[in-house]
Design a protein around this ligand. Structure first.
Ligand code: FRU
Length: 481
C-alpha cells in the first residue's frame, strides 16, 4: 500500500513538473501548433478525417528538455489553425515499441482511421543497438486509438536497424507504403516501397530511390505523392555534407521529381535533388490530400540538437504553417500557406507605400508582413527583437539571391532567387519565436526559429522602399498554454 501511495505521489509530482501550469508563454506560438507542454518533434498521421484535420506528433509528455521515449501526441482542427489538443494517442507500452512509438502516417478505410508507425526497441551495449519494426493501430472515433493485439505487420529482418516512418496510401484496391532505410552497413540512405492487399500482409516490391553515397547515410520520413501528373519523393536525409550555402542544417529535407509506374513499381527520377526549405529549422515533413484535392504539408519547425531557450520554458517544438504544395513547370515544389491563414489575420497595422527606414511595431510579436517592391533593387527588412536579437531578410539584386540572417552562431542562410517579372514579393509570418519567409509565388521558403528579447519592430532597410507594405496583427488560434 505504501509503495502504491509513494508511486502515486511520484506520478503526481512528475506530471506536475511538466504540466501546462508551468509553461512559460514568452515564446509560445499564437497560431502555430505546439505541444501543450513537453517535447514535440515530427508530424505524424496527418489526415483529413470526418471533416476535421488530425495531426499527431512525436511527443514526450514528461519533459521539454529531451525527446525521451516517443509517444504520439494528438491535436485536431477544422481549419489547420484553430487546434484542439486531444489525449495522447499512443504510449510506448508494448515490448516492440517500448523505446519509442516512432513516426508514421494514417489513412481512412471503412470509416476507420488506421495508423501505421514504427516500434523502436533499444539494445544497450549491443550491435546494432536498436531495431525498428512496423506496427498498426486503428481508431473508430478519431480520438481513442487501439493497437491491434498482434499488430506487428513488418518485421523487416533484412532492413535493420534503421527502417522506419511508414507513409501509406491507397491506389485502386491496393495499399502502398514507403519506408526510410539505411543500407550498405548504414552508409547510404534509401526509400523502400511495400505493397499489401489487406493492410496486414506487406511485401517489399521495389527500392524507389537510393543514395549514391553523396546523399546521406539514412533517409527518414519519406513521403510519395502525385502532383500535376508527376510524382514527388520527399524525404529527410541525414548525413549530407554542406556545399556552400546548401545543406547547412544538421539534417535536410529535399525531394526528387519523377514518374512512377504502378505496373513495375519503379520510380524514374527526372529532376535533381533539391532542398525544400532554406531556413534553420525545417524537418520531417508530412503531407495529406484533403476533400479539396489539395496537397497540404507540414514540417517540424525545429531541428535536432538545437539548444533553444524554450527547452527551459516547459515546451519544445512547433509545426510550420501548413502549406499547400504545387509543382512548377520546371519541376520545382512551390509552397504557399494554406488559404485559411487569411482568417488568422486580425487588424491592419500598416498598409501603404513605405519609404526607407519605415518602422512598424508588431503586436504580441505575431504578424503577417506582405511586401511588394521593385525586383531591380536590393531590398532589406529587419525584425528587431532588442538586445541584439534579430532576423534580417535581404534580396541582393546583382547576385540574384535572398538571405535570412538571425543573430547568433551560424546565423546566415541563403539561396539563389530572382523574382520573375518586375515585382519582388515576399510574405513573412512571425509568431513569437518563429519566422517563415515565402518568396515570390512560394518558389523559395525559409523557416527559422528566433527568440526576440522584447517587442519586435519591423524596419525597412536604409536603402529599401516598398510599393506596398502591409502588416497585420494575428488572432490567437492556439489554446493558451
Ligand atoms: C525524424 C525521426 C524519425 C523517427 C522519429 C523519432 O526526426 O528520427 O525517423 O521516427 O524522429 O522521434
Amino acid at each position: 500500500m505504501f509503495a502504491i501511495v509513494t508511486n502515486l505521489c511520484l506520478i503526481t509530482l512528475l506530471s506536475f513538473r511538466c504540466s501546462a501550469d508551468n509553461v512559460d508563454p514568452q515564446f509560445y506560438p499564437t497560431y502555430h501548433l505546439a505541444p501543450p507542454h513537453g517535447w514535440m518533434n515530427d508530424p505524424n498521421g496527418f489526415i483529413y478525417f470526418r471533416e476535421e484535420y488530425h495531426l499527431f506528433f512525436q511527443y514526450n509528455p514528461h519533459s521539454s528538455q529531451e525527446p525521451g521515449t516517443a509517444h504520439w501526441g494528438h491535436a485536431k482542427s477544422n481549419d489547420l489553425f484553430n487546434w484542439e489538443h486531444l489525449p495522447i494517442a499512443m504510449y510506448p507500452d508494448k515490448d516492440y515499441d517500448k523505446d519509442g512509438v516512432f513516426s508514421g502516417s494514417a489513412i481512412e478505410e471503412d470509416n476507420k482511421m488506421y495508423l501505421f508507425y514504427t516500434g523502436n526497441v533499444n539494445h544497450e551495449g549491443e550491435t546494432p543497438d536498436h531495431n525498428n519494426r512496423q506496427a498498426l493501430a486503428y481508431s473508430s472515433d478519431g480520438v481513442n486509438v487501439t493497437k491491434y493485439p498482434d499488430n506487428l505487420i513488418i518485421y523487416g529482418e533484412d532492413f535493420q536497424p534503421d527502417f522506419r516512418d511508414p507513409k501509406v496510401w491507397k491506389h485502386r484496391d491496393q495499399y502502398y507504403m514507403v519506408l526510410g532505410n539505411s543500407f550498405d552497413n548504414s552508409t547510404r540512405g534509401r526509400v523502400l516501397l511495400f505493397k499489401s492487399e489487406n493492410l496486414i500482409d506487406w511485401r517489399n516490391v521495389s527500392v524507389l530511390e537510393q543514395s549514391d553515397g553523396d546523399l546521406g547515410y539514412m533517409w527518414e520520413c519519406p513521403d510519395f505523392f502525385e502532383l500535376n501528373k508527376k510524382w514527388i519523393l520527399l524525404f529527410s536525409p541525414q548525413g549530407i555534407e554542406p556545399q556552400g550555402y546548401k545543406y547547412r542544417n544538421l539534417y535536410q529535407v529535399g525531394y526528387f521529381v519523377g514518374d512512377f509506374d504502378y505496373e513495375t513499381n519503379m520510380f524514374t527520377v527526372t529532376s535533381e535533388f533539391r532542398e525544400l526549405d532554406h531556413g534553420h529549422d525545417f524537418y520531417a515533413t508530412q503531407s495529406l490530400s484533403d476533400k479539396f484535392g489539395r496537397r497540404v504539408m507540414v514540417a517540424w519547425d525545429d531541428m535536432w540538437e538545437q539548444v533553444y531557450p524554450e527547452l527551459d520554458d516547459g515546451w519544445t517544438g512547433q509545426m510550420t504553417i501548413p502549406r499547400e504544395l504545387y509543382l512548377s513547370s520546371d519541376q520545382r515544389l512551390i509552397q504557399r500557406p494554406v488559404r485559411e491563414i487569411r482568417n488568422v489575420r486580425a487588424s491592419t497595422l500598416y498598409s501603404d507605400r513605405a519609404t526607407a527606414g519605415t518602422t512598424v511595431k508588431l503586436s504580441d510579436n505575431a504578424a503577417e508582413i506582405k511586401v511588394t517592391a521593385s525586383s531591380f533593387h536590393d531590398f532589406e527588412l529587419t525584425l528587431d527583437g532588442g538586445n541584439n536579437t534579430f532576423v534580417n531578410i535581404s534580396y541582393d539584386y546583382l547576385r540574384g539571391r535572398v538571405t535570412l540572417e538571425r543573430n547568433g552562431d551560424d546565423g546566415i542562410r541563403r539561396t539563389r532567387w530572382r523574382p520573375s517579372g518586375t515585382k519582388l514579393r515576399m510574405q513573412i509570418f512571425v509568431d513569437r519565436s518563429s519566422v517563415e519567409l515565402f518568396c515570390g509565388e512560394g518558389e523559395v521558403t525559409f523557416s527559422s526559429r528566433f527568440f526576440p528579447c522584447s517587442e519586435v519592430t519591423m524596419k525597412l532597410g536604409e536603402n529599401s522602399c516598398a510599393d506596398d507594405l502591409s502588416v497585420y496583427s494575428m488572432r490567437r488560434t492556439m489554446p493558451k498554454p
